[in-house]
Structure formats: C-alpha cells, structure tokens
Design a protein around this ligand. Structure first.
Ligand code: FHN
Length: 466
C-alpha cells in the first residue's frame, strides 16, 4: 500500500472519529478517561493566555517555502511583487510549480542557528510559515504528500527541528498558516492561478474539514505547545466569519492556552484590528506593514513588517530598512501598546540573509542594554512627544529620546506625576540626572550635552504615583 493511500485511510478514519465523537470535540474525545464524567477545567481568559505575549513585545516572522528557490525570478524574468506570491504573479501552473519540490534542498538550514539569531536579537517568539498560500507544507503532514518530507530531496522536518531548538532556548514557537490554498483541489476557485473550471470539482467545506483541520491538529499536537496560531489568507470568499469562529474554538480545544490572530475570521478591518461586529473572532489585530498612529486602543495588536520589501526571499530586493528605522519602530510600537513581528525571508539554501542578520544583531545589542524599556511595558500615558516616545511600567516611565536636545535640556510635556529620580538606562550606576519643574506640568531634565545613543537613548523616570 502506498503512503498516499495510507493517508487517505487516515483521513477517512479521522473524519469518522469526528462524526462519532461530535464536532468539534476531537481533543475531548482523545482525552476521555472512560468514566464518562470528564472534568472540564475553567477555560483560561484571553488575558491569561496573552500574558507572555504582552511581556514579549518582539518576535521573528519567517516566510520560508518553495518560493525561496525562484527568489523573485521566473524563466529569466524579474517578477514584480512580493516573493512568496510568485506562483500567482507569474501565473505558474500547479504542475510546473510542483517541480520546485525536487530542487528544495536547503542543506545550510540549521534550526539552532536561526533560533540563536532570534534570541540574540532579543526576540521572544518565532512565527514561521507552516503553509503559505502556495499550499506547500513545511512539515511531515500525514494528509498530503505535498510536504517537505515526501516531496523534497531534503527530507528533514524543519518545523520539528525548530520546535526542539525553540524549546531548548526558551522561545515560543508559533505557526503562520494560510487558509487560502492555491494547490489543494478542493480549495480551488476562479481566484486561484490557473483555475481549471472544466476539470475541478472544488468543495471548500471538504477542504476545511478533511484537510485544514487535520493539519492544524497535527501542528498543535506534534509540534506544540505552540505560542500562536497566526492565520492568513482569510479573504477568500468561501471562508466565512462562522467558519472562523468554529476554527477558533477548534484550535482552542486542541490547546487551551494558545493565542489566535484576527485573521482566523473576517475581522481584518480598519487599521487591521477588528471589524465592528459585536464579538469579532480572534485574540489580536494584525496591522501589516504599518504602525497605527494612535495604536489600537482597547485591542491587542501586533504590527508585522518586512525588513526590505518582500516577505519571502527575493534575491534582488535590497531596499533594507536601517537599524535606526527598525529600532525606532520597535520603540514606537511599544509606546502604543503593540507587539512587533519582524520578518526574515531565508534563502533556498536555508540561510537568513546577511543584511537581516546584521540588523538583528544590532537590535539585540541595544535591547541587551535597554530591554527593560520595551519588555513588559505598556503604552505611553503621555500625549505626543516631539523628541521621541515613551513607554511605561508601574512606578516608571521610559523616555525614548530619538532627537537629543542641542541645549542639553529635555523637556517632558504634560507630566502630572511627582518624579523622584531620573537617570540614563544605559548607566549601570544609575547616576541621577537633575531636573526642574517648569510651569504647571512640564519637567525639564538636564541631560549630558553629547548624545549617548544616536538611535535611541532611554531615560528612566521614577515616579511616585501611578
Ligand atoms: O498575502 C500575504 C503575504 O504574502 C504575507 O504573508 C503577509 C504577512 O502578513 N500576509 C498576506 C497579506 O495580508
């Protein structure tokens, strides 16, 4: 019997189990102690589940898949747009795109090294594409052969290796998973590249029940516990808000403390927080490539962003953001109460591009000194500040100074609190800076004339009251 037919039998059995046990209770079913009286513990609240995530503030996004091989070029032509969309942008027929599997052999991939790069950058979690829109699976999935083990000469389960490395290094592993699938026959539709209306008989519900859900179960149960399930590709017309809600509940049953983004439903509205519906599904909003000017008050959110102009590797995209830009974005996001998910697009050999590595190392260096002003902080209680940003913790304000005052006097507007001490966060001795109150609420701090850190100097204010 072939592996494919084994997989088919497995799918049929799984579906049968689901029907017998009553959807969506796969986890309940396998957890039964046989007594019939299953004690159900109280579900964790959203904020209990999200505690580590708020503390973390900074994570690594990894877009990696077959698209790293063409790296933005197809048949000698540079294809405009983001690298991981090449199948769509270059109108590559499925059988032709599938040929890439034979070339996928990233022998330089080293999970430990990737995790070290993230850890040294001060990142606390990693979100990697388990499956992007092209449908190729980066783990050994039992419900398809279109995966890294069955279809490539590499035959290594990169998600398994990353899961181990993350666990050993104390980082949370999270998966990005695309709902839209350009490869699965049941998920086909006129939107998809090379849609063949004559020969296909798509059935999206069947795709969700027999493919998407079993795959997520594999990911949560065999690679978990996971930090986040980060859905995407939810805009396809076949995907509905009720399907999103069902999926949210399904995943939470599999792992009760998991966090799930807003793209599980159709909630990506406005600034990519949530729709106006009364109870939008998902735990956090996902502004993409932008930082909402005033954050997203009352909503958990995470900005995801590329370092150049692509998520998946493109060999000729050299439009890198500078370390200064990235570090200031991190402070800006934290000052508005959000998380920063910064992307890398590894090469087909399995290497994180050097410009990304360099920037991450520099960010890590800054965070080693100034991390206290980012991790576990909350949004700025102050209004707009002309020279930089502010983050807060109980009893402390962290002033992130981007533009150092030429007269060595830093004015902090609209500060109502009693300040007991001010010092540079980078100063191990915590030598106090002197300050005076000016007018009603303005505080003027006497700072060293020479800028200590051109990118972002952090001044700590210890304050008496909240
Ligand atoms: O289409 C994708 C894109 O390729 C990339 O994965 C980003 C990351 O947030 N999300 C989608 C567009 O919203």
């Amino acid at each position: 019997m072939t592996k494919k037919s084994n997989k088919k039998i497995l799918v049929v059995l799984t579906v049968l189990m689901m029907v017998l046990c009553g959807l969506p209770s796969i986890a309940k079913c396998s957890e039964s102690n046989g007594s019939g009286a299953e004690a159900k513990s109280k579900p964790l609240s959203r904020e209990e589940r999200m505690k580590w995530w708020h503390e973390a503030r900074f994570g690594m996004f990894i877009h990696w898949g077959l698209y790293a091989i063409p790296a933005g070029q197809w048949k000698g032509k540079k294809i405009p747009g983001i690298g991981e969309w090449i199948m769509d942008k270059a109108h590559i027929p499925i059988p032709e795109y599938e040929q890439l599997t034979g070339q996928f052999n990233p022998v330089k991939f080293n999970a430990e090294q990737w995790v070290q790069i993230a850890k040294n950058a001060g990142m606390k979690y990693i979100v990697i594409t388990s499956k992007h829109h092209d449908g190729f699976c980066m783990w050994d999935s039992k419900v398809t052969d279109y995966d890294i083990i069955d279809a490539t000469p590499f035959k290594r389960d990169v998600l398994k290796e990353l899961s181990r490395a993350c666990r050993e290094n104390g980082l949370k592993l999270c998966f990005y998973h695309s709902i839209m699938d350009w490869h699965h026959p049941d998920a086909q539709g006129p939107f998809y590249p090379n849609y063949d209306a004559q020969n296909s008989n798509p059935n999206f519900t069947r795709y969700v029940e027999n493919y998407l859900k079993p795959q997520l179960k594999e990911l949560v149960e065999n690679y978990g516990p996971l930090g986040v399930l980060w859905f995407d590709g939810e805009w396809v017309k076949d995907w509905t808000e009720p399907m999103g809600r069902d999926m949210y509940n399904y995943v939470l049953e599999l792992q009760p403390d998991i966090i799930i983004n807003n793209r599980v439903g159709k909630g990506r509205k406005g600034l990519e927080g949530f729709s106006d519906s009364k109870e939008p599904v998902g735990d956090f909003g996902t502004p993409e490539q932008r930082i909402p000017a005033k954050g997203l008050p009352g909503v958990n959110w995470e900005t995801c962003m590329t370092m150049n102009d692509t998520w998946g590797y493109k060999s000729y995209d050299d439009n890198w953001k500078s370390t200064q830009e990235l570090l200031r974005k991190l402070a800006d996001i934290a000052s508005k109460g959000g998380n920063f998910l910064l992307n890398v697009g590894p090469t087909a050999e399995g290497l994180i591009p050097e410009p990304s590595v360099e920037r991450l190392a520099a960010i890590g260096h800054w965070l080693k000194i100034n991390g206290e002003s980012i991790y576990g902080t909350t949004a700025s209680p102050l209004g707009e500040i002309p020279w930089g940003r502010c983050t807060a913790k109980p009893g402390r304000l962290y002033l992130h100074v981007f533009d150092w005052p030429t007269d060595a006097k830093l004015e902090v507007p609209a500060l109502n609190n009693t300040v007991t001490k001010a010092y540079l966060l980078a100063d191990k001795e915590k030598s106090p800076l002197t300050f005076t109150k000016e007018g009603q609420n303005n505080l003027v701090i006497n700072v060293p004339p020479k800028v200590p850190d051109k990118i972002n100097t952090v001044i700590v204010l210890e304050i008496k009251d909240k």
